[in-house]
Design a protein around this ligand. Structure first.
Ligand code: GDP
Ligand code: MG
Ligand code: K
Length: 301
């Protein structure tokens, strides 16, 4: 059992823009490198996870924002509110435009909405393979005065130009956070949820309500060791404050060790196999604000 903290970034990223600007093409390209399509997952009516990209240092959860994709339609107040709330909940917004088309009324609408949120926004100018570099300069000049974009990044989602760099910039922009989804597999393993609940239960029980119920447990990995009757489970206990982290780890790691030993026994019974359990504790301020997304995937607050 190991205590301590890993430096890891994670966050939710909304890709918005008029139809046909290349949002899906971009996602598919990202899928080309290790991404997992999540479209078969349960979804809220509001947001759906489109894909998860996990690198060594970060996890990027791309989500779809219904409503804002069709800004030409007359959206009711309700839909607009919904869209704006979604903007507030994500960590980053990618506003994608089509370099060939340039500025349009749909963009004007989206930019108006963005003015009400603090979430950073990248302007992604897609389809640069279709234009002359001089045109690109004109476009950047035009857009940069419309809104304080955090970054303006020209790409070709189709040909892949600059996509790596965009991913890099996204990663840099994300806050520290837990890995929400497993990187090794994407299947909706019900066992994973039960395992996380077993750990959570032990943590809550042993800390005797000193740690509120806002605690979450994320299973980072659950893997059968090759040729061994042993399942390796890596999990992170997510708390909201440093003080809670101290309680969960305990003096010289005693509390965490106890949580781990008790949870391991239960998990071994559940899985009918020996278990090697590694636990980390991570402070994620405000993680509850992101619970809208987590709840659908078996996390509870
Ligand atoms: P979405 O509606 O925003 O999801 O747009 P799509 O990803 O479905 O793309 C719409 C069309 O634009 C498709 O025919 C894509 O092949 C094309 N497209 C997307 N990205 C690029 C690009 O970088 N360059 C070019 N030339 N075409 C692109
Ligand atoms: Mg699409
Ligand atoms: K903003």
């Amino acid at each position: 059992m190991a205590g301590g903290e890993r430096e890891f970034k994670s966050g939710f990223i909304s890709i918005i823009g008029r139809p046909n600007v290349g949002k899906s093409t971009f996602l598919n390209r990202v899928i080309g490198q290790k991404i997992a399509i999540m479209s078969d997952k349960p979804q809220t009516t509001r947001n759906k996870v489109q894909g998860v990209l996990t690198t060594d240092d970060a996890q990027m959860v791309f989500i779809d924002t219904p409503g804002i994709h069709k800004p030409k339609h007359k959206l009711g107040d309700f839909m607009i509110k919904l869209a704006i709330n979604t903007f507030r909940e994500v960590d980053l917004i990618l506003f994608m435009i089509n370099a060939e088309e340039g500025y349009g009324r749909g963009d004007e609408f989206i930019i108006e909405q963005l003015k009400n949120v603090k979430t950073p926004v990248f302007l992604v100018i897609n389809k640069i393979d279709q234009i002359h570099p001089d045109q690109l300069i004109v476009l950047i000049e035009q857009y940069k005065d419309m809104y304080p974009f955090k970054e303006i990044i020209p790409i070709s989602a189709l040909e892949g130009n600059n996509v790596e760099r965009l991913i890099q910039q996204i990663q840099e922009c994300l806050p520290e956070g837990p890995q929400y989804y497993p990187s090794d597999q994407v299947t909706d393993h019900p066992e994973r949820f039960i395992v996380s609940e077993l750990i959570r239960e032990k943590a809550l029980h042993l800390t005797r309500e000193e740690v509120p119920h806002s605690i979450a447990v994320v299973i980072d990995q659950m893997k059968q060791e090759e040729n061994k009757d042993l399942i390796h489970v890596m999990a992170t206990i997510v708390v909201e404050r440093d003080s809670q982290k101290g309680i969960v780890i305990g003096k010289q790691g005693k509390m965490l060790k106890e949580i781990g030993q008790r949870a391991r026994r239960d998990i071994e019974n559940l899985l009918g196999s020996k278990v090697f359990l590694e636990l980390w504790v991570k402070v994620q301020k405000d993680w509850r604000n992101k619970s809208t997304y987590l709840r659908d995937f078996g996390f509870r607050d």
